[in-house]
Each structure stands twice: as structure tokens, then as C-alpha cells.
Ligand binder design. Structure first.
Ligand SMILES: CC(C)(COP(=O)(O)OP(=O)(O)OC[C@H]1O[C@@H](n2cnc3c(N)ncnc32)[C@H](O)[C@@H]1OP(=O)(O)O)[C@@H](O)C(=O)NCCC(=O)NCCS
Length: 378
């Protein structure tokens, strides 16, 4: 008898590529970008420098960084034609769809003449300026010219609030962008690399990444966690809510991870940020944070023995809210950050490209079915 084929559902435990970009130490709960501890990068670096690190596999010297910043700032600007595209793609609600549509509509300009690296830098520079304006247009405001001198995080806050950002807003958002920049090959990065492996272009790969990130099991978890905290409404209702949710076999949003069976190192950093955010913003953010704290404790008692711990999406809703990002755009901010991870992966993959083409195990009806004309079918 033939041995049945083994199908690796969800590709769990399967290595699909070599990469120098990040190392996830699942035993000690640490994450490194190109060898640098992400906690140290959050404390000492900024998103732009981390973007350089991921694209070039090294930290820049002063002159390399200022040249890179110059390019990035040029790309952060949006000309009238680009703003016109933003207005058009913003007609339907939703940041993710608008962001993806922007990259679809502008891809002709981004590829061809320019190198894949330039196209990658362009996408990293444009993303925040596009999203900030999408948010403006979708809430009924006019577009606003980006201010590249504020940096990617500061500019995004500026576009959303129309005001000069507060230092705490820039710091929070910059840290969040660093923490979301790269994480090996989750579904969105894998999807992005699959697209790249066909030798489709940088922008198409980004579009695949955005669309794959959108789901609630992946990037959409932060918004789902926010809605869950709202549904609970009051810290005193946490225990009864949890009991019911678990008895209904609902998933606790912001808990669990395919690779971390211990506390997600990013979640530790964001938890501390959420505490600060709750102090600074008070009110609604404080209430969300108190619900999250109590839910963490109650859920850990039930779920930790199964290897389920909070991931970063459990804590980001409080930080995003303090920064001024509306919940329906949380995932799109994640995308703005992760674009650099996607493009860094595809630039790396293209150095030794091979078309990705796995196999499937056929489990359908026996082959050789007789075709019956439609009129004769019952
Ligand atoms: C992230 C996630 C998709 C990883 O899932 P996975 O590795 O495929 O694990 P599975 O879906 O196979 O789940 C394994 C078991 O844990 C349970 N589980 C997983 N996540 C859970 C959660 N958040 N709450 C409650 N139970 C959970 C499953 O019900 C399953 O239990 P069972 O074996 O009794 O059926 C999953 O943990 C999840 O859905 N989390 C909530 C969404 C989220 O926060 N995503 C952000 C990830 S960064």
C-alpha cells in the first residue's frame, strides 16, 4: 500500500527561504533585525534607519543615512497627479483597499525606468503620505501636502491631525513602525515573495502583501482586539465576558501566535507603551488599557498552558488610539510599516530567484468521470 502524502497544513514548520533579515528567537522571546535586538532599535534608532538596515543589511554611516533620507523625503512628497490618484482610490472606504489601489494605479510609474531598489524606496516613502491623505479624504477633508521634514511617523500624524505632532505621538508611532517592520515570512510576506518569484514587479508584490495582511488572523487582529475591548466595555465585565467567549469557542483577539508559544517580545515593548499611552491620553485609552490588563490576566490563566500569550496586536490599540489613529486604519498603519519588510524580502529573494510552486494532494472524485451534456443532467 502506498504511504499517504503528507500535507503540511498552513505550511507549519516548513522553511521556505533563507533570509538575513530577521531572527525570531522563539525560545528566549527575542527578535533581531539583521542581528540587532529590536528592543534596542526601538530605544535608540528610528524607522528610517531601520528601513535602511533592512534594505541594505547594515546600519548606515552618517553620509549613507543622509543620502538615504534625502531620497526618502523626495519620495514622501505627493505631486498633484498622485494626490488625484489618492482622491480617486479613497472613494471606497477602507485604508487597506485604498493603499493597495494606489500601488496598483501608480505601478507603471514606479517600475521600468527605476531599479527595484529605487522602486522599493519609493514605496516606503510614499506609503505614509498616501495613507494619511486617504484618511483625510475618507472623513471628508481635503488632501494636505506631506511634510517630509517631520519624518515618516511625524508626517503621518500631521496628515491625520492637521496639526504639528506632539513629541509623544511621533515617538509612539515611530516605535510602532519599527516593531512592525519585519517578521520573517508570515502570510503577507510569503504572499509578497510568491508574487515576486514570478518576476512580477515590486509594486505588485506590495499589493499582494497588503491584501494578505488585511485578514483578522494576521494584520487585522489589532482592530479586532480594539472591538473586543469595546464589546467588554468595562474592566469589571472581563471575567464573565471571557468565560462566555471561551465557552462559545471564540478566539481572544491579540492572543496566540504561530511561532511564539511564549510572550511575544514585541508585545512586551508595546505593553509598556500602552501603559504610558493610558497615562498621557487618559479617558477612553485608559479604559481600554484597564480592560486589556484585566483580560490579559484572566486569559493567561486559561490560555498560557496551551502556549497562547498576548501578541503585539493585543496592546497596539491603546497606542494607536493615543496617537490619533482611527481603529479602522490600524491595519493600514501596520501595512505602511511592513512594506519595508516585504520589499527587503523580495530584493533578497531575487538574488537567487526560483519560482514558488508547491504541490497539492488531489482528493477529488475518481478521475475519468463521464461528461454528461447539461440537458441530460438531473
Ligand atoms: C495567530 C493564530 C492565527 C495562530 O494560530 P495557529 O498557529 O494556526 O493555531 P490554531 O488556529 O491551530 O490554534 C491552536 C489551538 O489554540 C486555540 N487558539 C489559538 N488562538 C487562540 C485564541 N486567540 N484564543 C483562544 N484560543 C485560541 C485554537 O482554538 C486551537 O485550539 P484546539 O487545539 O483546542 O482546537 C491564532 O492564535 C489566532 O487566531 N489568534 C487570534 C488572532 C490574532 O491575534 N492574530 C494576530 C497574530 S500576530
Amino acid at each position: 500500500m502506498e504511504t499517504p502524502l503528507k500535507v503540511y497544513k498552513g505550511l507549519e514548520g516548513i522553511y521556505v527561504l533563507d533570509s538575513s533579515l530577521s531572527f525570531i528567537d522563539t525560545e528566549n522571546g527575542k527578535l533581531y533585525y539583521v542581528g540587532y535586538d529590536v528592543e534596542e532599535l526601538v530605544a535608540r534608532s528610528n524607522y528610517e534607519e531601520v528601513a535602511y538596515l533592512l534594505l541594505n543589511h547594515k546600519l548606515p554611516t552618517m553620509s549613507e543615512f543622509s543620502a538615504f533620507l534625502g531620497k526618502l523625503r523626495d519620495e514622501m512628497r505627493l505631486g498633484e497627479e498622485e494626490l488625484e490618484v489618492v482622491r480617486f482610490v479613497s472613494k471606497r472606504s477602507g485604508g487597506m483597499d485604498a493603499l493597495a489601489a494606489y500601488f496598483i494605479m501608480t505601478q507603471k510609474d514606479a517600475v521600468g525606468e527605476v531599479s527595484p531598489m529605487d522602486s522599493a524606496v519609493r514605496a516606503v516613502g510614499k506609503a505614509g503620505s498616501v495613507l494619511g491623505n486617504v484618511i483625510r479624504v475618507q472623513r471628508g477633508d481635503d488632501t494636505l501636502n506631506p511634510d517630509p521634514s517631520l519624518g515618516i511617523a511625524g508626517n503621518l500624524v500631521y496628515l491625520i491631525t492637521s496639526e504639528k505632532p506632539q513629541p509623544y505621538q511621533v515617538e509612539f508611532l515611530d516605535d510602532i513602525l519599527i516593531l512592525h517592520a519585519e517578521h520573517g515570512v508570515p502570510a503577507s510576506t510569503f504572499g509578497s515573495v510568491v508574487t515576486a518569484s514570478t518576476l512580477s514587479n515590486v509594486y505588485s508584490s506590495i499589493v499582494t502583501g497588503i491584501m494578505t495582511l488585511k485578514g483578522p488572523l494576521h494584520g487585522g487582529a489589532a482592530e479586532a482586539a480594539y472591538q473586543q475591548f469595546l464589546e467588554i466595555g468595562d474592566p469589571d465585565r472581563v471575567e464573565s465576558w471571557l468565560e462566555r467567549a471561551l465557552s462559545e469557542r471564540r478566539r481572544i483577539m491579540g492572543f496566540g501566535h504561530r511561532v511564539y508559544k511564549i510572550y511575544d517580545p514585541r508585545a512586551k515593548v508595546v505593553k509598556a507603551m500602552a501603559a504610558k499611552a493610558s497615562e498621557i491620553a487618559g479617558g477612553h485609552v485608559k479604559n481600554l488599557y484597564e480592560i486589556a490588563l484585566r483580560l490579559e490576566e484572566a486569559a493567561l490563566a486559561k490560555l498560557a498552558p496551551k502556549g497562547l500569550f498576548p501578541n503585539l496586536d493585543f496592546w497596539t490599540p491603546m497606542v494607536y488610539t493615543a496617537v490619533g489613529i482611527p481603529p479602522n486604519y490600524f491595519t493600514a498603519v501596520f501595512a505602511v510599516s511592513r512594506i519595508v519588510g516585504w520589499v527587503a524580502h523580495l530584493l533578497e529573494y531575487w538574488k537567487d530567484n526560483r519560482l514558488i510552486r508547491p504541490l497539492h494532494n488531489y482528493v477529488g472524485p475518481p478521475v475519468g468521470q463521464k461528461y454528461v451534456p447539461i440537458e441530460a443532467r438531473h
